[in-house]
Design a protein around this ligand. Structure first.
Ligand SMILES: NC(=O)c1ccc[n+]([C@@H]2O[C@H](COP(=O)([O-])OP(=O)(O)OC[C@H]3O[C@@H](n4cnc5c(N)ncnc54)[C@H](OP(=O)(O)O)[C@@H]3O)[C@@H](O)[C@H]2O)c1
Length: 330
């Protein structure tokens, strides 16, 4: 295994690789992935130094968790920290966020992942009010006391939700969209998380692949790929697919971003490198779909830091092309 920089994931106290592996695409919403292909991707990530997987109970309705559970059974040498999520298999109403439901959801994830104690469970973008419910945090503390979970966290849509959660003493980490097309977390969320000792997991780091610069206005995605059917939030939260940016705007901005890639780095690697050097970020979790992508993403951890001129150019590109579409919304 190639060693990779590790950082402590907030209040979990556990170290994770700065580049992790998102596994939504191993479960569903991105088209079919055969089990053997999924294992090859996970192998490529682990062999490249990845020690952090992000999954959810809802990805493929449990398939992503089950694949990870089976994979880790066969790779006892892989010391992987697995963050899962709960809440999206139920109706999205605050009344469903109860201790009894949490126990049932955790037990299903424990069975899927083949573990007694889940490393980390994140509330999966629940209704906004859930982040400020004392009863919810009391229930989460109970799950820790029962050793169903080692720690809990939140995955959020908005910066306001992140700030509400960071103020709670038991929240270990916050998962939020952060990439060169989504800069708002830099304003308040990252400084607040760093001050509180809360970890930051950066999701959708490639803006669903846009930041690789490989798509054109004519690119066609599969019929069962959310990049076809959720462009405007038709099936689930707007803001996740392509980071909430109009596709044509994103393709044009991605071409400008590609110009900023240093020699020896692809645009996708440049985006990942940009994210992991933002103060306060713990880990970035690109959704690699192939062995080559998993290896290339892991290699971004070893790139030299981007110079200030590149950071300034990313900010200018955002202000010029993207900010008006996303900054006020999330
Ligand atoms: N609400 C939540 O909590 C939530 C929501 C969304 C995501 N997530 C988590 O965040 C993870 C990452 O987000 P994401 O998968 O939505 O988006 P992403 O990582 O921004 O984009 C994934 C896409 O980027 C492309 N890609 C990946 N590596 C590449 C490389 N090295 N070179 C070129 N292209 C590359 C692939 O596109 P092609 O298929 O076109 O090759 C892949 O499908 C998910 O897997 C999941 O674990 C959580």
């Amino acid at each position: 295994m190639i060693p990779m920089e590790q950082r402590t994931l907030g209040r979990t106290g556990r170290d994770v690789s700065v580049v992790g592996q998102g596994t939504w695409q191993l479960g569903g919403d991105w088209g079919d992935v055969a089990e053997g292909d999924a294992f090859d991707v996970l192998d490529a990530a682990v062999d490249s130094g990845v020690t952090f997987f992000d999954t959810a109970d809802v990805y493929g309705d449990g398939r992503s968790e089950q694949l990870i559970g089976r994979y880790l059974e066969n790779r006892p040498d892989a010391d992987v920290f697995v963050a899962t999520k709960m809440g999206r298999r139920a109706d999205q109403v605050p009344e469903n966020y109860t201790l009894d439901n949490f126990r049932a959801w955790n037990d299903r994830s424990r069975a899927n992942l083949g573990t007694d104690t889940l490393d980390l469970v994140q509330l999966h973008c629940p209704p906004s009010g859930v982040y400020s419910s004392d009863a919810v945090y009391d229930a989460l503390d109970t799950l820790v006391a029962e050793e169903r979970i080692a720690a809990y966290a939140v995955s959020v849509e908005t910066c306001a939700e992140a700030l509400t959660a960071i103020a709670r003493p038991g929240v270990a980490s916050v998962q939020i969209i952060l990439n060169p097309f989504r800069l708002k977390p830099l304003d308040e969320v990252l400084p607040a998380a760093a001050a509180a000792g809360v970890g930051i997991i950066a999701r959708v780091p490639l803006a669903s692949g846009l930041l690789s610069g490989k798509y054109t206005e004519d690119t066609v995605f599969g019929p069962d790929d959310h990049r076809t059917y959720n462009r405007h939030g038709e099936a689930f939260d707007q803001g996740e697919t392509f980071s909430g940016i109009d596709y044509a705007t994103g393709v044009a901005a991605a071409a400008a971003f590609a110009e900023l890639a240093p020699e020896g780095a692809t645009p996708a690697q440049t985006a990942l490198r940009w994210i992991i050097q933002q103060p306060g970020v713990t880990s970035v979790i690109p959704g690699a779909r192939s062995v080559e992508q998993a290896r290339a993403n892991a290699a971004a951890a070893a790139l030299p830091p981007l110079p200030q001129a590149t950071l300034d150019a990313v900010r200018e590109l955002y202000d010029r092309s993207i900010r008006a579409e996303v900054h006020g919304r999330w």
